[in-house]
Design a protein around this ligand. Structure first.
Ligand SMILES: Cc1cc2nc3c(=O)[nH]c(=O)nc-3n(C[C@H](O)[C@H](O)[C@H](O)COP(=O)(O)OP(=O)(O)OC[C@H]3O[C@@H](n4cnc5c(N)ncnc54)[C@H](O)[C@@H]3O)c2cc1C
Length: 393
């Protein structure tokens, strides 16, 4: 009997898991064969739309839009003979074997969770009402752009917060730096940069933090409010601990990452930071045949600099795919994953490759420069290739 594998979520972690689980056959040629014979009985539960989040900051320049980065994954799944249930998971019980959704309840033999992050929006009061965020997806970023289009002058704050309770970077710093630099670029293009103040704030940054990213912000005249955290976001701005009001016409803010509330009420173990507690093999701790990867899952003994990234989701899902195969053939899981921070920060008139790795290996054998506008083209190629793969292969 084929094992019933249920995959929850259709984001990076889940799609990478499918990619690695169904290897080594090249998907295009494998398509007709997979329809005749599949090794696994796989079902995906999700909303059917994959969002390529790394391109959201480029809404600011108008180079990308919701349509460009939203992909219907049903044909991708269909080509792989994978069933799809258009539903939202609402609970998991029986040690992971029973998944409840808004459309029904399902039993599985193997469960994979790739349900992405939730954000600590109650951490700073007023976050929901008075801030927008690229991390909330395309709609929030479109709203930011609509508001920006109506402004000829003003004060804009961008910032982030990191949840460090699990010992790594559960938050989105790089993306917010990218948004700040792109904002500077478009305002200059519009010829109104001198009528705007752009502030960058985060209580996770020391007041005197230095480095390549800080240099990029400073050379763009972005005001560094490093070390700052508002006590509250309010109408028209922010209020400090001592009651001082700071004017802000627009706020783009990314709160720290945590796990969704439904994880807390399910049978899944929860880490200190609120995420699904996961071991170094990608197994959910204490449960059998339950795995998690990506932004919903904590790490076991992570280096403190590692962030949640699509790239980390890929490395983690790859290890999970190998371990799932080992367990299904009666062996113990043995595949762990490397830790790597790797992303290209696009500033439109410049770009930098931000990189760190637990084994000190450089990205792509160092064939790309670390700091060059040409990296924007490289970033676009990665995106185009991945979207082509999802749409057609
Ligand atoms: C603005 C921005 C820029 C970024 N730039 C980069 C970058 O340059 N490089 C990089 O590597 N990373 C980048 N990231 C981070 C990257 O996008 C995330 O790390 C990645 O999306 C995590 O993948 P995931 O599968 O864990 O979560 P997601 O991609 O968020 O997918 C989660 C999936 O789960 C589904 N889901 C959630 N809850 C349920 C439920 N209850 N039932 C069913 N389905 C559910 C969602 O609909 C979604 O399909 C960026 C993120 C943002 C926001």
């Amino acid at each position: 009997m084929k094992k019933k594998i249920f995959i929850i979520g259709n984001g990076f972690a889940s799609l990478f898991l499918i990619q690695y689980l169904l290897l080594p056959m090249f998907p295009f040629f494998a398509w007709p064969l997979r329809r005749l014979h599949s090794r696994y009985d796989i079902t995906v539960i999700g909303n059917g739309t994959f969002i390529y989040f790394p391109a959201i900051p480029e809404f600011i320049t108008g180079n990308k839009s919701t349509k460009d980065i939203s992909i219907d994954v049903r044909p991708f799944l269909n080509r792989r003979n994978i069933k799809f249930i258009d539903a939202q998971m609402t609970d998991i019980q029986d040690g992971g074997r029973t998944v409840t959704t808004d459309k029904g309840t399902y039993q599985n033999d193997v469960l994979f969770l790739g349900i992405g992050p939730a954000f600590l929006k109650d951490d700073i009061p007023g976050t929901r009402e008075h801030t927008l965020s690229p991390c909330d997806g395309p709609d929030s970023m479109e709203t930011f752009m609509e508001k920006l289009a109506t402004m000829d002058s003003g004060v804009i704050y961008l910032g982030f917060k990191i949840n460090k309770l699990d010992g790594f970077v559960a938050g989105r710093a790089g993306q917010m730096y990218e948004c700040a630099c792109l904002l500077d670029y478009v305002l200059k293009e519009r010829g109104v940069r001198d009528k705007f103040e752009i502030h960058f704030f985060s209580s996770n940054l020391d007041k005197d933090d230095k480095g390549m990213i800080t240099d990029r912000l400073q050379e763009r005249g972005i005001i560094l409010d490093y070390g700052y955290e508002p006590a509250e976001f309010v109408e028209g701005g922010m209020r400090d601990e001592d009651g001082t009001f700071r004017k802000a016409d627009l706020i783009l803010y990314s709160p720290g990452i945590t796990g969704s509330d439904l994880v807390k009420k399910s049978c899944l173990p929860v880490s200190k930071g609120g995420q699904i507690d996961t071991d170094k093999y990608g197994q959910v701790k204490g449960l059998s045949n339950v795995f998690a990867a990506g932004d919903c899952a904590s790490h076991e003994n992570p280096p403190p600099w590692v962030p949640h990234q699509a790239h980390m989701a890929q490395l983690r899902s790859q290890a999970v795919a190998k371990n799932m195969r080992m367990i299904s053939s009666g062996k113990k899981p043995s595949h762990t994953y490397r830790y790597e921070l790797s992303c290209i920060m696009n500033m439109e008139n410049d770009a930098m490759w931000l990189h760190m790795a637990s084994d000190n290996k450089p990205p792509f054998w160092n064939i790309f420069p670390q700091h060059s506008k040409k990296l924007i083209g490289v970033k676009n190629i990665f995106e185009k290739l991945y979207i082509f793969y999802l749409k057609y292969l």
